[in-house]
Design a protein around this ligand. Sequence first.
Ligand code: 5GP
Length: 345
Amino acid sequence: MRIENDIKLGFKDVMIRPKRSTLKSRSEVTLEREFKFLHSPIIWSGIPIMSANMDTVGTFEMAKALSEKKLFTSIHKHYSVAQWNNFLSSSSETTKKNIAVSTGISKQDSEKLAAIIKAYPFLNFICIDVANGYSEYFADFVKHTRRLYPEKVIIAGNVVTGEMVEELLISGADIVKVGIGPGSVCTTRIKTGVGYPQLSAIIECADAAHGLGGQIISDGGCTTPGDIAKAFGAGADFVMLGGMLAGHAESGGEIIEREGKLFKKFYGMSSSTAMEKHIGGVAEYRASEGKTVEIPYKGSVENTLQDILGGLRSTCTYVGASRLKELTKRTTFIRVNEQENRFYT
Ligand code: 5GP
């Protein structure tokens, strides 16, 4: 029996130590970054926070709202080509530059991806997303996609260890998505016992990716602006959010009214809710690995964005980083046994 004894950490296990700083105000902090990629010749600049490719948050409406603030959206894979057509015909150039087309690895998924890219060759990003990025078939699929789309920025995941990050980058991914089990509506760790604490996953995977000239997205587990700051501090190039962007006007699904209060449904993409909606139910050989929850309706996502971006700017001033790019270099984590004071919550 092999046990790795060094402890792996999540966001709740650390805080960022403040450092001497010459910054006078949060307004001096730039959150925008510019990225060049390992394989694709495209250059992207913006604030590297993105919406998850879930049908609840990776919506066209979310893309419009996020791109206005220079953030990114991985559009979920369940829109039809006709819906893409409608959306793109009314979208700004900025929105078009800040979205990825998501795909799974089935034949149908690849055909739909091909149809969308053929019709809209200006779309720059492809996000190949599977729950478990460790299969040989997945790496082969990434290789195949790279051959088909040599110029596109290819995002592939999810994995949580350095050697698999390297394999996917070598197979043709530009950016690797990191996270197994930390998600707010994920039950993988409960159903399978598999997972990796997210902060350690980021630290180890970023190291592997940056060594080869690739990037990573920290996907899942952020519950506060502070967690997003910790993800960037640990070395994430991008941070992907599901739960923090759910429940807004721009999120998918109907508003539900219950005893005078408004809610929106949010569910994992492997939950029985999602499987019933998209593939007619949970197949006999598998279990649902996602939760379905109702969250209080939060109105426009703009306020939440201000909270996130304001928090992140403040983190940067606490450690003296005038640009988000410097945050990792300026971050020292301290291990802790406490987080915030919950007396009034
Ligand atoms: P959050 O920001 O809500 O903590 O995490 C969002 C991430 O959770 C998504 O980007 C995706 O990687 C993951 N996720 C979404 N739905 C499911 C699901 O049904 N099961 C699992 N295991 N993970 C999910």
